[in-house]
Design a protein around this ligand. Structure first.
Ligand code: HEC
Length: 149
């Protein structure tokens, strides 16, 4: 009896985890790959922000995260091929219709992450925070124009 309740609960939870999201069923799964690449970027970027906000700045850890961010920053873009605007993407059509502006945002992000690397090398939390905020601003700026809420 209780075993049935447990398995029913388990099924309900696994369905909830899917949240009705559409899967990327196309060959090569470009949408899934770019979303995974952005999630990997967030996973290294977020702990940097936590460290700065909580006053637990550790220069070595921060610098190594900045290096990881730079290592991961190339990953999403190759998966934005023509004809890859389909569910479950959260990209706006402007990625493809205004490719020049999307490219400017991308270059701004590269410049901001270069500056973050340099700021991390100084080990100065004030410079680190300023550079972190600029990277944050570049994520947000691109998302405002090119990603659905
Ligand atoms: C040049 C534009 C651009 C920049 C810069 C950018 N993003 Fe994004 N991001 C996008 C687009 C477009 C998507 C939607 C991709 C899709 O769903 O196909 C996205 C999606 C995401 C997602 C959602 C993945 C998912 O499946 O829910 C996360 C998380 C994310 N970005 C984090 C970041 C972070 C953190 C930064 C900065 C450190 C950043 N992005 C910088 C354009 C950008």
């Amino acid at each position: 009896m209780s075993r049935h309740i447990v398995s029913a609960l388990f099924i309900a939870l696994s369905l909830a985890a899917c949240g009705g999201a559409v899967e990327d069923t196309r060959p090569g799964q470009p949408v899934k790959h770019r979303q995974d690449a952005f999630k990997a970027i967030l996973r290294v970027f977020e702990p940097m922000g936590v460290m700065l906000r909580d006053g637990k700045y550790q220069a070595d850890k921060f610098a190594s995260l900045a290096g990881e961010l730079v290592a991961k920053r190339e990953a999403p873009w190759g998966h934005f091929g023509a004809d890859t605007n389909y569910p479950p993407t959260k990209a706006k059509a402007a990625v493809w219709s205004d490719a020049a502006a999307f490219e400017r945002e991308r270059q701004g992000f590269f410049a901001a992450t270069d500056a973050l690397m340099a700021a991390a090398q100084t080990r100065d939390p004030v410079q680190a925070k300023a550079a972190y905020d600029k990277v944050y601003g570049s994520c947000k700026s691109c998302h405002d124009g090119f990603k659905q809420k």
